[in-house]
Design a protein around this ligand. Sequence first.
Ligand SMILES: Nc1nc2c(ncn2[C@@H]2O[C@H](COP(=O)(O)OP(=O)(O)O)[C@@H](O)[C@H]2O)c(=O)[nH]1
Ligand SMILES: [Mg+2]
Ligand SMILES: [Zn+2]
Length: 302
Amino acid sequence: MNSTVEGLLLKSIGGLYYTETPLGIFECKARGIFRKQNISPCAGDKVVLSDVSGNTAVIDKILPRKNSIIRPPLANLDYIVFVISTCEPAPNLTLLDKFLAIAEFKGIKSIIAVTKLDLQRNHSLVEIYKKSGAEFLEIDYDNADSYMKLYDIICGKVVAFTGNTGVGKSTLLNHIDNSLGIQTGEISKKLGRGRHTTRNVELYKLKNGAYIADTPGFSTFETQKYDVIRKNELASCFPEFKEYTEKCRFPDCAHIKEKGCAVLEAVANGDIPVSRHNSYVEMYEEAKLIKEWEVKDKGGSV
Ligand SMILES: Nc1nc2c(ncn2[C@@H]2O[C@H](COP(=O)(O)OP(=O)(O)O)[C@@H](O)[C@H]2O)c(=O)[nH]1
Ligand SMILES: [Mg+2]
Ligand SMILES: [Zn+2]
């Protein structure tokens, strides 16, 4: 039979790719051509299958990706949900800002979901992130509306959940869809996600048609392997800077220490949060160190 069928790649394990199609889930091999082209199919890819027989098939084609991230390898993300807790562990806002900028750069929408409000009611996160371009949600397990709002937003979308171990990702996922039964807390700690353990990322389908990946925490180390944002592209990855950047005295203003910088003025006035600007400066300093050959080497590769 020579017919083809299109599907969504849900996970890959040991060179086999599990693809959901209208005809069911197929265990697939990929054509050798992908290796030659140095691309490998990943979860989230829309693929065309042929040689369909029984429950096996072959991936013929990877359809163009609208975006992708390298680690964990995922393609065609509609949203990244950044789960942070008010405390235990305390949020690392610099790291959060870096990933928010990368998501903005790649055209992936961001959602910040704050947990553990029962442990600390007073926090300044709303103030810091209200103009960041991310949807900001406070999760309260005594109020189902708070997490069902998240459930409604991601309906039918492909979504990565990320955040440090212990912030409550699995707890949140289990609340929005109780059929998931993801392990939480101590149990998953015992299983241990060692540094060198291979991470298999998998898309789970929720009842509302969302496909979600429960990805382990991004570590600082990994940020540098992500896409490279050049220094002149960086300000546009901080949405709350936009209304000021055009008012700077110099058109090539870096918004670091220039005279007549409208961004710095907004920081001084409290219109742009200091911590957001600090993260920008840190990323800018890192971006200055990027060599063009590195950008060429990594850009677009998966
Ligand atoms: N007090 C409180 N504890 C929470 C909350 N969310 C999660 N936890 C607890 O935090 C621990 C880690 O949660 P888990 O979902 O496994 O975090 P993950 O590592 O991000 O998947 C568990 O003991 C949870 O019961 C919350 O909103 N409030
Ligand atoms: Mg977990
Ligand atoms: Zn400026």
